[in-house]
Design a protein around this ligand. Structure first.
Ligand SMILES: Cc1cc2nc3c(=O)[nH]c(=O)nc-3n(C[C@H](O)[C@H](O)[C@H](O)COP(=O)(O)O)c2cc1C
Length: 180
């Protein structure tokens, strides 16, 4: 890897014991030393999106936009609620439609195997129309070892860790190829 690589990881679940957040924390543990995976932990603090506020966005929104700008890539891991994307995640994405931080941004979609096909498809559609650079090799379904897998169970499971590492490599390859 030629240069430092920083990934912003966003979980679509606010739940304390979220499997999606656990996947992202496991990803953080599995990343090589020169690849920094940082979780965005303020999804719940973003106000409801309102175009009237876009000219002078609230501080939490500015921070979210800046965190995306200063990241080389994004990973989004999300559950599905009622066949849709969780409102808090869609709300966060709405805040960066007009400001454009996602345009061209290498982006990975993570999900749990056999769960949430509608939300994954909907997220793909939203990210595509926002012109994010969806990296197919980094869009993965993770077969969790159990219903309530812990971070270390995911990180040490041979199948999960291998799938996650391969996705990270795909993101890094994309970044290196396109950053000169
Ligand atoms: C309100 C609600 C609605 C849900 N709707 C769906 C659904 O439509 N499809 C699905 O596959 N799972 C659905 N689920 C299950 C969650 O997606 C699943 O529990 C997921 O693991 C939660 O992610 P988390 O562990 O990261 O919080 C729903 C869960 C809740 C709480």
């Amino acid at each position: 890897m030629k240069q430092p690589f920083k990934i912003l990881a966003i979980s679509g679940s606010l739940r304390q014991a979220s499997s999606n957040t656990a996947i992202l924390n496991a990803t953080q543990q599995l990343a090589p030393a020169n690849l920094e995976v940082l979780l965005f932990e303020a999804l719940a603090e973003l106000p409801h999106f309102n175009p009237d506020l876009e000219l002078e966005p609230p501080a939490t929104v500015l921070e979210f936009q800046q965190r995306i700008q200063t990241s080389s890539a994004l990973i989004i891991s999300s559950p599905e609620y009622a066949h849709g994307v969780p409102g808090s995640l869609k709300n966060a994405l709405d805040w960066v439609v007009g400001s454009g931080e996602l345009v061209g941004k290498p982006t990975a979609l993570f999900g749990v195997t056999a769960r949430g096909a509608f939300a994954q498809a909907s997220l793909r559609e939203t990210l595509t129309v926002m012109m994010a650079n969806l990296i197919e090799g980094a869009c993965i379904q993770i077969p969790l070892p159990s219903q309530n897998s812990t971070v270390s169970e995911i990180a040490t499971d041979p199948k999960c860790s291998s799938i996650i590492k391969t996705a990270l490599e795909a993101l890094v390859t994309e970044f290196e190829q396109n950053s000169g």
